[in-house]
Structure formats: structure tokens, C-alpha cells
Design a protein around this ligand. Structure first.
Ligand code: NAI
Length: 332
């Protein structure tokens, strides 16, 4: 068995973390032979709640969990970590303007970028879950100049999983038989779920999603909208935002990043745009990527149809606006 790695989860007393910590600590993310020490960061008023989470982690009696460090100090939380799940963020409260939310959150991600820069391992892999995830990841990367920019990513895996599940339900196959559904752009309602290149294994044959669904109008309209609005649908039903599925997606994202993608398959991640597919450069944009030896690469050469090209432009525009607002707040 190898030496334990240190993994930080922020927002550790919150609802996503409550599912995520178990997924990580039981070995679903870094593999069954990788012991770990979990660093749990939350804000001072949540230390009492966090103590309860620490008790429960102990009571899970998980063999891979070699230690737990609960703290409200970013310096201690980020010390020597190899992986960072940045989940903690200020939730939107009633009457709060989008700008107020952005303002509170970009400041948190500036502080955490600086703490990562000073204390984390230089090859730390950072996944931002807290919203607005794409722009928070960009801010975090900017304030951690000693860590490569490609080590900062934002989560759109939940959107990918939702999209895969919709196609599986529509075609009557298990979800594992659906692959290569893409989420382009921002993790917001402008995101672009795109099944143009998706594959569905049905009746022993590999079909395109278009062949398997046999309803292109559904794929270009209802499917896209359902995925875009799925988060709101869960809130309406549960009166709380997606947590179990968000935690599963965060685990999936980091697992793919550490352990790689399967041959012929790709996953979607928010990564620093190099301008591929005429997207704006230097925003964190969700692309299909393949991963080998811990390095992601944007899948190139896909022929994007006109319908999707327009949608990609709109989500890119939103990210450029969000970037301008975020840096105006920080530099004010
Ligand atoms: P929650 O409100 O239950 O937990 C958030 C936790 O973060 C709280 O314990 C809070 O005290 C903590 N926190 C606040 N500021 C912090 C700071 N500066 N440092 C450390 N911890 C801090 O929220 P939940 O449901 O766990 O969601 C967390 C975030 O994830 C939200 O921003 C939510 O919008 C986002 N989200 C993103 C998804 C994605 O697909 N990218 C999907 C679902 C949620």
C-alpha cells in the first residue's frame, strides 16, 4: 500500500461534503490501494457541526482513512495537499443580487488560491464545485501563480451525468451504455448539453445517440432544456439543491483526472480555454477531454453543427462577462 495522500474538501460541514467525504474516504476516487488524510475546511461558526462530521467519519471505520484534520484556517487546510475539492461557497440567499453572490464568492476563491499557492503541493489537482464554478476556478488559478493553470478545473460532470441519464432513460438502456455526451461552456443555464457525438450500446450494437433516440427534435430541444433546468427541478422537489448527485459527480471528475479516461471515451470538464472551437480564450470553459497520466487534453476536430455553434457562442459570451465582473470586484 502506498503512502497516504492529503486531500482537502472545503465547505466540509455542508450538504455536498456530507456525501462526498464518504465517497472519497472509502476509496471510490483515488482507488482501493490509496490511503488518505482528509483535511476539512469550513468557516469558524461551522466548527461545531464539523466536529459531528469528524465523529461520523471515525464511526464509518474506513480502512483507507488514515487521518482527519478539521480546521477553519486555510493555511492548515491546504498544507501539502495533492487534491482539492473546493465545494464551500456562500449560498444565494433570498433577496441577494447575482452580483452580491459573485462578489462574496470570488473573494473566497482569491483567498483560497493564495493559500493553495503557498501551502499545497505544486502538482495539486483542484476541482471547483462552489458556484459560479467556472469563474471561481479562473480566479483561484490567477491567485496561485506557482501552480500550473491546467491544474484548476470546474465541475460540469453533474451536468454530464444528468445528460447521460436522460439519454439512457429515453433509449431504455443502463446508464453505463451511454458515453461521450458533451457539456460545453458554463455551469449555468447557458450550458450546452450536446449528444451529437454520443454513443449508445443497445442490443449488442453501438449506435449514435441520434440513431438510438430516433428523434433529433427531442435531442436538440427538450433534452437540452431538461439538463439545463435539472438543478432547479431538484430544488423545487427537494427544497434543497442537488447534493448526493453533486458529490458523486465531484468524485467522478477527480477519479477520471487521477486514473484517466477509458480508450475511445471522453468526459466534460471546465478547463482553461485555448480558444478551441472558436471559444473565448482564458475563461474556464467546459470541453470534452481525454485524460492520461493525470493530464487532460481537449478533444479536437469535432464538427460542430450550426444549432450548437450559436449556443456555444452564447455560453462563451456569458463567461467573458462573468470574468469581467469578477475581476472588477477583486481589483476594486
Ligand atoms: P451548503 O450551504 O450546504 O454548504 C456550503 C458550506 O460551505 C457551508 O458549510 C459553509 O459554511 C461553507 N463555506 C462558506 N464559505 C466558506 C469558506 N470561505 N471556506 C470554507 N467553507 C466555506 O452548500 P452545498 O449544497 O454543499 O453546495 C456548495 C456549493 O456547490 C454551492 O456554491 C452550490 O451552488 C455548488 N454546487 C455546484 C454544483 C456544480 O455542478 N458545479 C452542483 C451543486 C452545487
Amino acid at each position: 500500500m502506498s503512502e497516504p495522500i492529503r486531500v482537502v474538501v472545503t465547505g466540509a460541514a455542508g450538504q455536498i461534503a456530507y456525501s462526498l467525504l464518504y465517497i472519497i474516504a472509502k476509496g471510490d476516487v483515488f482507488g482501493p490501494n490509496q490511503p488518505l488524510i482528509l483535511h476539512l475546511l469550513d468557516i469558524p461558526p461551522m466548527m461545531g457541526v464539523l466536529e459531528g462530521v469528524v465523529m461520523e467519519l471515525a464511526d464509518c471505520a474506513l480502512p483507507l482513512l488514515h487521518g482527519v484534520v478539521p480546521t477553519a484556517d486555510p493555511a492548515e487546510a491546504f498544507k501539502d495537499v495533492s487534491a482539492a475539492f473546493l465545494v464551500g461557497a456562500m449560498p444565494r440567499k433570498q433577496g441577494m443580487e447575482r452580483k452580491d453572490l459573485l462578489s462574496a464568492n470570488v473573494k473566497i476563491f482569491k483567498v483560497q488560491g493564495e493559500a493553495l499557492d503557498q501551502h499545497a503541493k505544486k502538482d495539486v489537482k483542484v476541482l471547483v464545485v462552489g458556484n459560479p464554478a467556472n469563474t471561481n476556478a479562473l480566479v483561484c488559478a490567477k491567485y496561485a501563480p506557482s501552480i500550473p493553470k491546467e491544474n484548476f478545473t470546474a465541475m460540469t460532470r453533474l451536468d454530464q451525468n444528468r445528460a447521460q441519464a436522460q439519454i439512457a432513460a429515453k433509449t431504455g438502456v443502463p446508464v453505463a451504455n451511454v458515453s461521450n455526451v458533451i457539456i460545453w461552456g458554463n455551469h449555468s443555464s447557458t450550458q450546452v448539453p450536446d449528444a451529437s457525438f454520443a454513443k449508445v450500446v443497445k442490443g449488442g450494437k453501438t449506435l449514435s445517440a441520434s440513431e438510438a433516440v430516433n428523434n433529433d427534435a427531442w435531442l436538440q430541444n427538450e433534452f437540452i432544456e431538461t439538463v439545463q433546468k435539472r438543478g432547479a427541478a431538484v430544488i423545487a422537489a427537494r427544497k434543497m439543491s442537488s447534493a448526493m448527485s453533486a458529490a458523486k459527480a465531484a468524485g467522478d471528475h477527480m477519479r477520471s483526472w487521477f486514473l484517466g479516461t477509458e480508450p475511445g471515451k471522453y468526459v466534460s470538464m471546465g478547463v482553461l480555454s485555448d480558444g478551441s472551437y472558436d471559444t473565448p480564450k482564458d475563461v474556464v470553459f467546459s470541453f470534452p477531454v481525454t485524460i492520461e497520466n493525470g493530464k487532460w487534453q481537449i478533444v479536437k476536430g469535432l464538427q460542430i453543427g450550426d444549432h450548437y455553434r450559436q449556443l456555444l457562442e452564447a455560453t462563451g459570451k456569458e463567461l467573458v462577462e462573468e470574468r469581467a465582473e469578477a475581476f472588477a470586484i477583486i481589483e476594486a
